[in-house]
Design a protein around this ligand. Sequence first.
Ligand SMILES: *Cc1c(COP(=O)(O)O)cnc(C)c1O
Length: 480
Amino acid sequence: MDIEAFRIHAHRFSDWMADYLATIEQYPVRSQVQPGEISAQIPGACPVQGEPMEAIFADFQEKILPGITHWQHPRFFAYFTANSSPPSVLAEMLTATLGAQCMLWETSPAATELEERMTVWLRDLLDLPAEFIGSIQDSASASTLSAIIAACEKATSGRASREGLAGGPPLVVYASQEAHSSIEKGARIAGIGSANVRKIPVRDDYGMDPAALAGAIAEDRAAGRIPACIVACFGATGLGSVDPLPEIGRIARAEDIHLHVDAAWAGSALILPEVRATLAGLEYVDSFVFNPHKWLFTNFDCSTFYMRDPSRLAAALSLTPTYLESHADDMTPEYRDWSIALGRRFRALKLWFVMRSYGAEKMRDMVRNHIHWTRHLAGLIRGAKNFEIATEPRFALLTFRFTPDWATSDDQLDAVNEELLRRVNDDGTLYLTKTRANGRIVIRFMIGQTYTTLPHVEQGWARIQELARQIPTPSHDAES
Ligand SMILES: *Cc1c(COP(=O)(O)O)cnc(C)c1O
């Protein structure tokens, strides 16, 4: 494709992009295709001769779009959002056009220097400790893995990166039963192993029980194992629970164990002073991750990872073969030493566009609305016959259950809620996911999409009730 043809298609595509966002509500939120339906339409091999962009784009619209789940749909209430926004998309277009690989300062000084600035902007917006030094990673999973690697380095005084963990006493990672799977995955990748991940019981509010944590640490020490890392959740994935950071922090400090905070989703809400006021204990924290790509209007991927002392991670990951030496090695952070991959995307640009375009006040308004609407929805659910709140709103997430009169046993309630969820997602008006609370199936409703308004929430709730009413009451025969 020559550059003039590129120009024409770029204009066409940008029109399509605006049309798509303007009419996104016409799509079912969750893709309605069956497994294999898309691949059956894609030829088995690369074409020998190039094809015109018109044909490729027509196939994108006809064959690919039906297989897209519309994450930017304003009635996307599933998982956590991966929200985007117009300024973020515009920045991504520029990033793709530059196509810069920003592994070293020298391979694009603007990327390193803007990343330094943007992580400071965000640190201060969230009112995180001024000592925190940030970097932008692809995911919370990679950030948490980095934290675990730094923790291993500390716990073994550098032996982990020099000799590996084999042959030494096992290292142990602690997180609550509600913690995200990325923590155990990180422990596996770091060579710690699932058997050395302690899933600490939670209290009634689903936050980690500090006494149980202290007990587990004592038991591991007595058995000759080395407690290496504690991961505390601020907004766990299932129910949005928060671990008691001051109590956990005092244990981490007394035991000299690396304390990492996983705030992947809820960290964005810390831009609100009223949410920030609820978070104490950051003085104990060694590292902290949150994802602007979840709730801060910035395209996936963009995860900000803060460390109090990056030197441990750098000691574990830094390797400079001759082909990576550059004239600025001593001047600036070389972010490659803080992340798993060498190659780095220019992720700071979209953050810069988003934060400048909205400004702090507008971002606060948007996040605050999501939290208010979640409380409003909780009121509607509470007032509805045959529905109950399972877990109260945490930030912008609540869980509920359908409780028809005929469903009297736990198993019947689980089954009818699975059935309701299936009907909701097949219907396409909105998209929801499930989790377990107290061992029972509950439906999650999370509000955080950039384009969501209160009427979208109310439309979604109305549709849930209609679909619930259509579920037939099982006949007595069918039950027995
Ligand atoms: C989403 C989430 C993660 C994983 O985030 P990725 O960026 O997809 O790796 C980790 N922890 C929590 C609490 C999350 O909500």
